[in-house]
Design a protein around this ligand. Sequence first.
Ligand code: SF4
Ligand code: SF4
Length: 206
Amino acid sequence: MSDLFLSPSNPIFTCTASTCTDCPVQDRLQCHFGGRELVRFLLIALPPFILGGIGIARVSAWHLIPWLALILSYFGLVEIRVMCSHCPHYAEPGTSSLKCWANYGSPKLWKYRPGPMSMGERIVFFAGLVLIAGYPLAFFLIDAQWLLLAVFAFTTTGMGMLMATHMCNRCMNFACPLNNVEQSVRDEFFAHNPIVAEAWAKEKRQ
Ligand code: SF4
Ligand code: SF4
């Protein structure tokens, strides 16, 4: 799977280290991704989407079309612009699409923008998530699909908790509002990634 992902033996583009060996960050932050991380993400994220799709299709399969269009445009374009374009993984040259654990394959249409997200970007980020979760929720409620609603709520909560404990606490995109990497780990990453550190410092100075 090596050509499907960036080489794990080379530091990422923004990093000035010559090797990842002995880097204190590597056990606490996900600088590289592989098939294992991608499969784990899909196992965590897919159940609520499948359940949501079943709930919508039980009313009418035609109603799946706007929801799928929303999902594809959000995770394929909108979220990439407002959130992923701030991620050090996005800065990687020579790739026209993301090769990470989430949003794999989404196109990189914009330039890398290190540093925090703006308030407008945060609003768009959360609004998209609310719309995507709210659409199937409306079908569960209108069609009184209470059991499916309960399982959907359970898997959505589980997805949030598992992502928080297995991904967001190790994600190198500190700009994401859901990122919960410790400050000490961020500081170690900044020490290796001066472009990223400078962008965050500049934002603090303003
Ligand atoms: S910070 Fe740099 S050296 Fe350390 S693990 Fe990440 S890419 Fe490798
Ligand atoms: S923020 Fe997450 S999904 Fe987006 S490019 Fe970075 S690692 Fe990938």
